[in-house]
Design a protein around this ligand. Structure first.
Ligand code: IMP
Ligand code: MG
Length: 179
């Protein structure tokens, strides 16, 4: 696995600091509100698990699943695979994502949730790759801005692999150009 990584982008130590910073900010902003963390499977699972343990105000959690990727390219079409179990009406939703890239996935999910009468909807993304944005969406909380490269680890995959890496790296282009 390690040989497929061109460069380590975010170390485990830095990941801890990012989660602490975001958790503290979110805890302040959502004190006294009905915070409902909605994570997007599967990539955001690792970040969600760390972020929620840095949040000190009351909150509920749930998961949605969509897919739009094939290999390293977005297909531009979002497929809905799993809906929420909890009704978000009246809640202050915070969408928790692994990476905001084209923005197509998050703007689709934001629109779906807007129709469910949530009190507010904001976005927290671990990584932001602004170079590739196609949809008109920005995150309210950002862990780190990353360059326009294919990123893996800490939940992020390439064809379902590398999610278990405890740090974030750039995938060596040789891995996907071989295909
Ligand atoms: P978007 O719809 O293009 O913003 O991308 C949304 C999803 O695509 C993310 O939640 C990731 O699961 C996946 N994705 C986007 N860029 C990358 C990347 O560099 N590495 C791994 N997955 C990515
Ligand atoms: Mg993914």
């Amino acid at each position: 696995m390690e040989k497929d990584i061109k460069e380590v982008l975010i170390t485990e130590e830095e990941i801890k600091e990012i989660c602490k910073r975001l958790g503290e900010q979110i805890s302040k902003d959502y004190e006294g509100k009905k915070l409902f963390l909605v994570s997007v499977l599967k990539g955001a699972v690792v970040f969600m698990a760390d972020l929620m343990r840095n949040i000190t105000c009351d909150c509920e959690i749930d998961f949605m699943a969509v897919s739009s990727y094939s290999g390293t390219k977005t297909t531009g079409v979002v497929k809905f695979k799993k809906d929420l179990d909890i009704n978000p009406e009246g809640c202050d939703i915070l969408l928790v994502e692994d990476i905001l890239d084209s923005g197509i996935t998050l703007s689709y999910l934001k629109n779906v949730l807007l129709q469910r009468h949530a009190n507010s909807i904001k976005v927290c993304t671990f990584l932001d790759k602004p170079a590739n944005r196609q949809a008109d969406i920005e995150a309210d909380y950002v862990g780190k801005v990353v360059p326009d490269e294919f990123i893996i680890g800490y939940g992020l995959d390439y064809n379902e692999k590398y999610r278990n890496l405890p740090y974030v790296g750039i995938l060596s282009p040789e891995v996907y150009s071989k295909k």
